[in-house]
Design a protein around this ligand. Structure first.
Ligand SMILES: C[S@@+](CC[C@H](N)C(=O)[O-])C[C@H]1O[C@@H](n2cnc3c(N)ncnc32)[C@H](O)[C@@H]1O
Length: 252
């Protein structure tokens, strides 16, 4: 069951961080970034609004009463907010982010959470959090920031937290397998950012700052890790050049 016409709650200052002389290098989800994050994320991630909406569509379908909905790397809380406002059954939400600045913004955004739900908004490295029994876990554009050595362990822990029939929704920036495809994918992505109003200098500076901070896997690597972590029915739901959204289920 769901309410119709729930809009995404995206509120922030305009992102001009990389236009100035002082910017986070290496890139960090600090106070400065949190202040402009909702604008940054819409202008830097192709189809961000659509992905957030259909992430909610899938979570609503697979949610099982009495279990939690977990949002890992919740940033300013947009996804949790959107799911919570559309989910008519009561649920417990656990939203986790390692940046206090992001959690502060999420706290404001989620202040209008419908009373039927409960919320635990946690500032912590996800690796240090005990994940409760859940039927839907969302990890959108976050696994790519975890040390490569921790990724499989996190996916295994998510699988363990899910009840049978529960799902993981995962969105990531990915590397394309062939070098020439990867090169074109990068060029098209940079054109996308230019169309969003970022200058060449801003694009280059952010790219440099993200080096060795955002480490993308290929989609094949994600599928392999998901299967190795116990997931079945791994499906690609969205693909935009070098961005992808996958759904994976814990079998019965
Ligand atoms: C690109 S943002 C995620 C965007 C968000 N999921 C959305 O769809 O709006 C990545 C987030 O992951 C958080 N993060 C990175 N590493 C983390 C970790 N080890 N544990 C928890 N959060 C982490 C960052 O602080 C940042 O807010």
């Amino acid at each position: 069951m769901e309410k119709a016409q729930v809009e995404l709650k995206l509120v922030s200052h305009n992102d001009d961080i990389f236009a100035g002389r002082h910017y986070p290098k290496p890139f960090a989800f600090n106070h400065e970034v949190a202040e402009v994050f909702d604008d940054m994320v819409q202008r830097s991630i192709p189809l961000y609004r659509d992905v957030t909406r259909f992430t909610a569509d899938w979570v609503l379908h697979f949610y099982q009463v009495g279990t939690a909905v977990i949002d890992i790397g919740c940033s300013t809380g947009t996804t949790t907010h959107h799911i919570a406002h559309r989910l008519e059954q009561s649920a417990h939400f656990l939203a986790i982010d390692s940046s206090q600045a992001m959690i502060d913004r999420a706290h404001d955004k989620l202040s209008d959470l419908p009373a039927r739900h409960s919320l635990n908004l946690l500032c912590s490295d996800v690796m240090a959090v005990a994940l409760p029994k859940s039927s839907a876990v969302v990890i959108n554009y976050t696994l790519q920031f975890l040390p490569v050595s921790q990724r499989k362990l996190l996916l295994q822990r998510i699988w363990e937290s899910l009840v049978p029939g529960g799902i993981l929704m995962i969105s990531e920036k990915v590397r394309l397998n062939s070098p020439s495809f990867q090169e074109l994918g990068t060029r098209l992505y940079e054109q996308f950012k230019e169309k969003q109003g970022y200058s060449r200098t801003e694009i280059e500076k952010k790219k440099e700052a993200l080096e060795n901070v955002l480490i993308p896997f290929t989609e094949d690597e994600h599928r392999h890790l998901l299967k190795e972590s116990g997931f079945m029915n791994v499906e690609s739901l969205m693909k935009w050049n070098n961005f992808t959204t996958l759904v994976a289920m814990k079998g019965y």
